[in-house]
Write a protein that binds this ligand. Structure first.
Ligand code: VGL
Ligand code: ZN
Length: 198
């Protein structure tokens, strides 16, 4: 058993009507559920921020959502408040088959650092623990789907490839935020990192 499906952030706030809605974010749910049947291991990620998180524009005086600030770890897009721990916005889309999940890994809980990637916080150093989990289970090949293509899927796929996993992103089962060309940049960045886009 060497393959896992990683389902990134299929949460209400990233679906239409949510605080950081991704166009058609909910449209991937049936396909993601169907794909689970083809994998011996299924792992879900959940964006999980405390109220007042440093990635929220509302935590920075006068800052507009979608502007960029310099954080100690580098540039950071400031987002609308989203995926606050325990809220309906942070819950998985009601149609997602969460029963199939072997592991649900939460990220973004550190108030001072965002975490797009399922593997490392945005300082690219602080691990989430997912690498150890996968390695101790002998999992070497990862297929990724979810939200959003150009942020959390992108960062997770590139980190996984750098760590030596064989990574495929099913772009048909992802949807993007696409901020100032971020989707095109993400697709190129994933290809450059050796990720297979399917
Ligand atoms: C995400 C922005 C902020 C994502 C999470 O899941 O792609 N994007 N937090
Ligand atoms: Zn977030």
């Amino acid at each position: 058993m060497t393959q896992a499906l990683i389902v990134i952030d299929v949460q209400n706030d990233f679906c239409p009507g949510g605080a950081l809605a991704v166009a058609e974010g909910d449209a991937i749910v049936p396909g993601v559920n169907a794909l689970m049947a083809q994998f011996p291991a299924v792992i879900l990620t959940q964006d999980w921020h405390p109220a007042g998180h440093s990635s929220f524009a509302s935590s920075h005086d006068g800052a507009a959502p979608f502007s960029v600030v310099q954080m100690p770890y580098g540039p950071q897009v400031l987002w609308p408040d989203h995926c606050i721990q325990g809220t309906q916005g942070a819950a998985f889309h009601a149609g997602l088959n969460t029963d199939r999940a072997d592991l649900i890994i939460r990220k973004g809980y550190n108030p001072a650092i965002d975490s797009y990637s399922a593997f490392f916080e945005n300082d690219h150093t602080t691990p989430t623990g997912l690498e150890g989990y996968l390695r101790t289970r002998g999992i070497t090949d990862l297929t990724m789907v979810g939200l959003a293509t150009d942020f959390c899927v992108n960062y997770s796929a590139v980190d996984a490839a750098k760590l030596g996993f064989k990574v495929t992103v099913r772009v048909d089962l992802c949807r993007a935020i696409d901020l100032d060309g971020s989707l095109a940049a993400a697709l190129q960045g994933m290809r450059d990192a050796g990720v297979t886009l399917a």
